[in-house]
Design a protein around this ligand. Sequence first.
Ligand SMILES: *Cc1c(COP(=O)(O)O)cnc(C)c1O
Length: 397
Amino acid sequence: MSQSPPPLSTWARHISPSPTLAVDAKAKALQSAGEDVCSFAAGEPDFDTPEHIKEACIAALRAGKTKYAPTPGIEPLRQAIAERYGVEYGLKVTPAQVIVSPGGKFNCYLGVLATCSPGDEVIIPAPYWVSYPEMVKLAGATPKFVLADDRTGFRLTPAMVESAVTPRTKLLILNSPSNPTGAVYSRAELTAIAAVAVKHNLYILSDEMYEHLIYDGAAPTCVATLSPEAEARTIIVAGFSKTYAMTGWRIGTTVAPLPIAKAIVDLQSQMTSNVTTFAQFGALAALTEKEKTRAALVTMLAAFDRRRKYLHAELNRIPGVSCLLAQGAFYLFPNISSFGLKDADFCSRLLDAEKVAAVPGSAFGAEGYLRVSYATSDEIIRKGVERLARFCATLKK
Ligand SMILES: *Cc1c(COP(=O)(O)O)cnc(C)c1O
């Protein structure tokens, strides 16, 4: 009698797969089976990486940049990242504080691992990006969710943060502009929230992945600039994926106070080593060939902004749907609770009936909403929202 193998690890048995990637995969599978799918499920820009960035990567590959690089990144890239924080935010950053990691997702995970031990609690504002809770659990810590729904513009107040703090709280995660809601906190709001973190001696992980995808003349806030006390405890995560349409390159960045940065480099040195060496030269071009990069970004932002306004207006024309006009990222988060269906049921029926894919709000810890991505063509958006309206009309009694 052969014995069956032992159970897999606690981590393997308790990790949930990414629901956003799952919906996207299902939409793509239907599409390749020949179905005419309109997907609002995308979590990445629909644009290609700007040409000058690709060329710099190809040139580096041809020049033999194919060996290991220093774990935290090639020196000129760390230098350029440090400099950009000075130029964009007036923040003094040295290259030693910068870590280049294989995607912003991994930067976030390393930030959690560097600060949280088993038994610690982490405050996660909901609706949240799907990976935060799983990262916290993989570190052995416990997520504490605080829900800010559309009544507060999906933004936490300092009092809401305060109410979630316990003696075990170690870390506060912030994400402005937000995935999934697109909400952008004002500088004043973040200042008040950071003060709560300082008061209770918490670390802050500020996920600023969408800092450049911001509309209506709003300005992004770098949380480390809010006060010297905030700077001393904040891990800033940002990257190339969303701003420069480089999701497949897998390059993200961390800026942290030196002791945290050192811990993160040590963790990365044992887990993945450096980001693909020649890819880092592409990222370097994104920061150094400023005029070309700016031109590409302006073009992408204009398209996102046009789609954002169109989609917002069309969603609000559907009886039973109400949607705030988000100021950042490339998502809207309409409220569909008036239909009296679980959002997951709403989404699966929508996909079956009209071949429209959207991610249910419950995947982000907020039942009763949809995450609708406008990182797709104007044509898909127009067709998709028309089908959504037709679907909603069948639900109305
Ligand atoms: C996309 C995303 C990331 C990470 O992106 P990478 O593709 O890993 O660089 C991190 N945080 C949020 C909120 C995101 O939406």
